[in-house]
Design a protein around this ligand. Structure first.
Ligand SMILES: Nc1nc2c(ncn2[C@@H]2O[C@H](COP(=O)(O)OP(=O)(O)OP(=O)(O)O)[C@@H](O)[C@H]2O)c(=O)[nH]1
Length: 315
């Protein structure tokens, strides 16, 4: 950063600087006369941002990269460093010239004197800070929404919208230990669509996808809000029924089985596709089981339902 003169000796005008707009120009020009003007070559970093100072861009532009990676551009007439001056904290942003840039440097003491003496400067500064707060809040809201979106994406299956395996791996062990601690029941229903390979082969993979989506919708719609539906594998789904005994879980599974059998599946709103059925295996958590054993028990029950002829529930 090269010192190239003072503001008083330069051709720059007060009126061009955002912070001093409509303020008492004569008084401010006198106060700024001895302030340094420095030159920062294109691509060079502003090195002394740890000092509480205000920089105003007289020529060129700066790019300010915040700690989280967001970059804002500071154009001619705009300033950077107001917040550091006000709270005397280090400016953690990484500031770089994006052109050959000239900056007016105003030390913190002088900024405070200008605020004390000029209502116009105080008003402009308040406006600037209010604008920055609004921009920061908007960014925060956008980020929260994006975070929520990615959180959903990481927990839900893209095709069916049901919870995915990653969610199951995280949640099932917790549910199992809660149930074991409370000595309460916890049941699983493992579901596998019947002859789904044939369905795909006959109607095509896209129709198969539509059928899977429809089946997931039927299952999901038939559950209580406290139950969970997971896409366990290709055409396999799993329903978790907290606080539900084996007998009750069997009744839930019977209801799901019936609803699936009666569901009408459209591919692209054309003719309805042939009906789909599923096989259902029910298992309830035993006192000496962990989540893997519970899943294995539901899987064995499902195998029995397939063996017994499909489109049915087995324990
Ligand atoms: N369209 C579609 N098909 C899938 C998807 N995931 C798995 N499948 C298909 O599901 C079929 C499963 O076939 P199998 O495991 O042989 O079982 P099945 O034909 O359903 O027979 P049973 O389970 O014994 O009644 C395979 O053809 C897979 O390609 C998917 O996301 N979309």
């Amino acid at each position: 950063m090269e010192h190239i003169g003072t503001f008083g000796a330069s051709a720059y005008r007060i009126g061009e600087l955002q912070l001093f707009r409509d303020a008492d120009e004569q008084h401010i020009a006198a106060a700024l006369a001895q302030c340094a003007i420095v030159r920062l070559a294109d691509g060079k970093r502003l090195q002394d941002t740890f000092r509480a100072r205000l920089y105003i861009v007289l020529r060129g532009a700066l790019a300010e990269a915040a700690a989280d990676g967001t970059i804002s551009k500071i154009l001619r007439g705009e300033s950077v460093g107001e917040q550091s001056v006000l709270d005397e904290a280090t400016n953690l942003a990484d500031i770089t010239a994006v052109d050959d840039t000239e900056l007016l440097v105003i030390e913190a003491d002088l900024v405070w004197q200008l605020i004390d003496k000029s209502n116009g400067v105080a008003r402009n500064l308040l406006r600037l800070l209010s604008f920055r707060i609004r921009a920061a809040s908007a960014l925060l809201r956008r980020r929260q929404k994006l975070g929520e979106f990615y959180r959903q994406l990481s927990m839900n299956d893209g095709l069916t919208g049901l919870y995915n395996r990653a969610w199951l791996n995280d949640m099932l062990p917790k549910m199992v230990s809660t149930a074991l601690r409370a000595e309460g029941p916890l049941s699983l229903v493992m579901i596998d669509l019947d002859h789904f390979k044939r369905f795909n082969d006959t109607h095509g993979h896209l129709a198969g996808d539509a059928a899977l989506r429809a089946a997931a919708g039927v299952i999901h719609a038939a559950l209580r809000p406290s139950d969970y539906a997971v896409r366990y594998g290709g055409e396999e789904m799993l329903v978790i029924l907290p606080d539900t005994s084996e007998n009750l879980a069997r009744m839930v599974a019977e209801r799901l089985c019936q609803r699936l059998r009666k569901a009408v599946i459209f591919d692209d709103m054309r003719l309805p596709l042939p009906q789909l059925t599923g096989s259902f295996g029910v298992a309830c958590l035993g006192a000496d089981m962990d989540e893997m054993q519970l899943l294995a028990a539901a899987d064995s029950a499902l195998y029995r339902a397939k063996e017994a002829g499909r489109d049915r529930v087995s324990l």
